[in-house]
Design a protein around this ligand. Structure first.
Ligand SMILES: [Fe+2]
Length: 235
């Protein structure tokens, strides 16, 4: 059972149920991203055509790409996941922290242009997900789009308060509710690691170059023993 902190520690209000989100940058991105874009472009060329301006691969990139640079990219992803997940769970994991295994459960890529978007969704059968930006137009060019502007190609995350804004009552008393979503600008080399339950959306993108992202799902396990912290009470 979770324990309520004693009154002096609460200092007026508990701040419960945060949304952890990790922002990382791959140090080899400038060097390797052009190679990744070419490899992903080859995979797209071999696949059946999809809707104009949009392509989503199968989630089998882990098995399909065999390059030393790809292995280095996967190491970066696993290290980034480990760092964010450890920080998110630092007060929830037992002490001493068990040895962990990070399992990538599927990885795929999407390419978008000509106003294509990916509607609001969450990811299932995993605990963490991520999105890595391989290629997109430079920010100045991206935001100069007359129709899309600042929203051109951003990933929008919808916080857990968002579904509770029905009625849209707003006063200073619920100001903390009013930043209910976050727009993350696409930057080549940037990896966002987020809880799989967090609703998100790839906003419409239009540019000279395709917006190419790699997405993945992951689970994190104790190297030995079970993962559950709390047993279930018998009925
Ligand atoms: Fe997604």
């Amino acid at each position: 059972m979770n324990e309520l902190p004693t009154a002096p520690a609460v200092a007026g209000a508990l701040s419960l149920w945060p949304t952890p989100l990790g922002v990382h940058r791959w140090s080899r991105a400038d060097e390797v991203n052009p190679l990744l874009a070419r490899v992903l472009g080859s995979l797209r060329a071999m696949a059946p055509p999809q809707a104009a301006g949009f392509f989503a691969s199968d989630d089998d990139l882990l098995e399909r790409i065999r390059l030393p640079e790809w292995q280095d990219f996967l190491r970066f992803v696993v290290d980034a996941l480990h760092a964010t997940v450890a920080k998110a769970n630092r007060d929830a994991w037992p002490r001493p922290t068990p040895d962990l295994q990070v399992h990538l459960r599927g990885m795929w890529f999407q390419a978008a242009n000509h106003g294509a978007s990916h509607d609001v969704h969450t990811h299932g059968n995993c605990s963490w997900s991520g999105v890595y930006c391989v290629q997109v137009d430079d920010e100045d060019r991206r935001v100069a789009d007359a129709l899309l502007g600042e929203r051109n190609g951003v990933t929008r995350f919808y916080g857990p308060y968002f579904p509770h804004l029905g009625g849209a009552h707003a006063d200073l008393g619920n100001a903390y509710l009013q930043s209910a979503h976050l727009d993350v600008a696409p930057r080549p080399g940037q990896l966002i690691v987020f809880p799989s339950w967090l609703a998100h959306q790839a906003m419409a993108y239009r540019g000279e170059r395709d917006r190419i992202i790699i997405s993945f799902n992951a689970s994190v396990h104790a190297a030995q023993g079970g993962d559950r912290l709390h047993g279930h009470a018998a009925a």
